[in-house]
Design a protein around this ligand. Structure first.
Ligand code: MN
Length: 202
């Protein structure tokens, strides 16, 4: 079995003006495609070949750089595309809204905490909203293509929302203005998908 680059489910220009088409196309067809191919090459002929990506990451040998970087890259981007959608965004509601209010006090405060995690990640990495067993949610940030599923994570939980803050995710349109990109991301979050992931993992 090998991993396949997932479809976005929407056009490259569908997230404009928040995220531009050229960035989306390069990000998907070059970056994510590269992680996917390199992951497949790294696991070919090993006992990881027939495992799910979640299983691979949760039981990762952190010294295996090829699987750590490319397996993380494959999983992280697959989640990232799915939690954005220009048309069917839904609204934050129900149990996830309650969990966010319980953890942060309000949705606006959640946005502040998430934007800070994204903005203060030095160099390349990701900001996450994760859910723990029992339904408690938490914001964290990881470097490079690491994520909270991996054994070294200080945070744990299951990621339900993720934002790529590598420069390749925003530099064409936003140059050094990462905070503007982070704010634009809030306009395109697919809350229906985030809620689905929350319900499945809590
Ligand atoms: Mn990326």
């Amino acid at each position: 079995m090998s991993f396949k680059l997932p479809e976005l489910g929407y056009a490259y220009d569908a997230l404009e003006p928040n995220i531009d088409a050229r960035t989306m196309e390069i990000h998907h067809t070059k970056h994510h495609n590269g992680y996917t191919n390199n992951l497949n090459n790294a696991i070919a002929g090993t006992d990881l070949e027939n495992k799910s990506i979640e299983d691979i990451l949760e039981n990762l040998d952190m010294k295996n750089g090829a699987v750590r970087n490319n397996g993380g890259g494959f999983y992280n981007h697959s989640l990232f595309w799915s939690v954005m959608n220009p048309e069917d965004k839904g609204r934050l509601s129900g149990e996830l809204k309650d969990a966010i209010d319980a953890a942060f006090g309000s949705f606006d405060e959640f946005k502040t905490v998430f934007a800070k995690a994204a903005g203060t990640r030095f160099g390349s990495g990701w900001a996450w909203l994760c859910v723990h067993k029992g339904g408690k949610v938490e914001v964290c940030s990881t470097p490079n293509q690491d994520n909270p599923l991996m054994p070294n994570s200080d945070f744990g939980g299951t990621p339900i929302l993720g934002l790529d803050v590598w420069e390749h995710a925003y530099y064409l349109n936003y140059q050094n203005r990462r905070p503007d990109y982070v704010q634009a991301f809030f306009n395109v979050i697919n809350w229906n998908e985030v809620e689905r992931r929350f319900a499945a993992a809590k």
